[in-house]
Design a protein. Structure first.
Length: 530
């Protein structure tokens, strides 16, 4: 083990800074709008860097800001080595990077290898070229089935609904695991891998500290593209096991070895994978020493608010990394899932639980990813049909509402929408009037707010030796409670039982609710030095 792993993040060597870093996910459209068009952008992020430094995060993950027709809000990339004008330009990106680094914040960016936009010059060339041409070989074009080829080449469904194949005028079909505007690239073609490496070097040379890899369990497709176990409802977030031939094919690891080789050419850079694979051993394979440094573990996202579920999530996440060089990597929310305040019941209850969950997440050993707005306790928003933009909504025949509800812009200040997010009130998704109490400004002035809790938690985590060490020891706890101790001495207790429980022995460092009466209330968590 690297001796540095016994130190808190602030004192880590540059090489492994990410092992217990707190990353902050900036969903760029929704974080801050610097240009007044109602859509967040790089200038907005740059303006708000002092807030992020003050909050105490170590690094950012900025979601895609590359040129894109926005069929999937930037996850349809038309040019992976440039900036979408709506978000800024390369000079703005460089300035943001320099400012972030000056404030001690590292910056990681999204890498979207599995697919491109249909608007990428490569795909346009493929459409113009003949079947069997080198242009088509960059994607997955196939002849259809049936006597006249009018049926898709296999039975794979698109994650966003409907078939994963679209037919082109000359009769061939192309594969798109996501929207038709997101054709899958052919990773069996060396040119595709070489292009990915070029993209990585482009951003690494500019000074980015790492990548978040989109659909990191995609990329490799099985030989012959055979049918999969029939599935209708295949949603983005689930792992459908080995019967789902679209994901987690063994060949994907060769791609990760190439990615890691490029990352390792540069000092202190990292990659985290979005790997929706729930089998511990299969997931661990992505974390071998020559593959990803981190993989999101989504078990906290899928766990219900029960001691059994949460304990199970922690046990499996730690078991996954135990035989690998990687630390665990904890997530409560992101731009694809219902925000956890809402998952935990919404309203006062959801908020109380989310406060406790924050202390659980930040007490666990390893890296943690916060999603913008977690620190404000933002709930999901019920948006009216007419404003929905997620491609899932139309692709599902308007039966699945999609992910817009967790992507509503951040409220910064003031009394009315857009709450300082933008100079216009016409934001890309409408903001609820009742968010006036949730703004950054309102919460900064309130010592009991969610933001103040996060600020205190991050400060402690960065400075206290109680957080040292990557292990965890479970402690005896009352029924319905979780309690564990970190090697550095931190004790965390979460009360998920229906009644208050006695406060354990030790010096209280932080609590998600009032523990001054010697009890930990229902749905609360406490940190102690044991
Ligand atoms: C995962 C991303 O997080 C999601 O937002 C996107 O729609 C898909 N990958 C496709 O790129």
């Amino acid at each position: 083990m690297n001796p540095d792993t016994t130190l808190p993040a602030a004192r880590r060597s540059d090489a492994d800074w990410w092992r217990d870093a707190v990353f902050y996910q900036v969903y760029i459209r929704s974080f801050a709008d610097g240009t007044g068009d109602g859509v967040g952008d790089l200038a907005g992020i740059r303006d708000r860097l002092p807030y992020l430094a003050d909050l105490g995060v170590d690094a950012l993950w900025i979601t895609p800001f590359y040129p894109s027709p926005m069929a999937d809000h930037g996850y349809d990339v038309a040019d992976p080595r440039d900036v979408e004008p709506v978000f800024g330009d390369l000079a703005e990106f460089d300035a943001l990077l320099a400012d972030a680094h000056a404030l001690g914040i590292r910056v990681t960016v999204d890498l979207v290898p599995n697919h491109s936009s249909h608007d990428r010059e490569w795909f346009r060339a493929a459409l113009d070229a003949a079947p069997g041409s080198p242009e088509r070989e960059r994607y997955l074009f196939r002849d259809g089935r049936g006597p006249d080829g009018s049926e898709p080449p296999n039975n794979w469904p698109s994650v966003f609904g409907g078939p994963a194949w679209t037919r082109v005028p000359d009769g061939q079909w192309y594969l798109h695991i996501f929207a038709p505007e997101q054709p899958d690239l052919n990773f069996a073609n060396p040119e595709v891998l070489a292009d990915l490496e070029e993209t990585m070097r482009f951003w690494l040379d500019r000074g980015v500290d790492g990548f978040r890899i989109d659909v990191a369990h995609g990329m490799a497709k099985p030989e012959g593209l055979p049918d999969m176990v029939p599935m209708d409802d295949t949603g983005l977030l689930d792992d459908h096991g080995p019967g789902d031939r679209r994901f987690d094919q063994d060949g994907v690891h060769a791609v990760h070895r190439r990615i890691r080789a490029v990352v390792d050419e540069y000092e202190g850079r990292m990659a985290v994978g979005e790997v929706w694979v729930s089998d511990d051993e299969r997931l661990a394979q992505y974390l071998r020493e020559d593959e990803l440094q981190l993989a999101f573990n989504f078990r906290l996202v899928t766990a219900h608010w029960t001691a059994t579920d949460l304990r199970d999530a922690v046990v499996h996440s730690l078991a996954t990394v135990s035989g690998t060089p990687a630390p665990a990597c904890w997530v409560l929310s992101n731009h694809d899932v219902v925000r956890h305040v809402t998952r935990y019941g919404g309203g006062e209850v959801g908020l109380r639980r989310a406060r406790a969950a924050a202390l659980l997440q930040l007490a666990l050993p390893g890296a943690a990813y916060l999603y913008n707005g977690d620190e404000l306790g933002l709930p999901n928003v019920d948006l009216p049909d007419e404003v929905l933009q997620d491609p899932v909504w139309e692709r599902s025949g308007r039966t699945v509402r999609g992910r817009d509800g967790c992507r509503v812009p951040m409220p910064w200040s003031g009394e009315k929408p857009s709450f300082g997010f933008s100079a216009t009130s016409d934001t890309w998704l409408p903001m609820p009037e009742e968010w006036a109490d949730l703004t950054v400004e309102a919460q900064a002035a309130d010592a009991t707010s969610m933001q103040s809790l996060y600020r205190a938690a991050l400060a402690l985590r960065a400075s206290s030796r109680a957080f040292a060490g990557e292990g965890l020891q479970w402690l005896p706890a009352p029924d319905g409670c979780l309690a564990f101790r970190r090697p550095g001495g931190l004790v965390c207790l979460v009360n998920l039982s229906p009644a208050a429980v006695p406060l354990p022995e030790g010096q209280v460092l932080l609590a998600s609710a009032d523990v001054s009466g010697g009890e930990v209330p229902v749905d609360a968590a406490v940190w102690l030095r044991g």
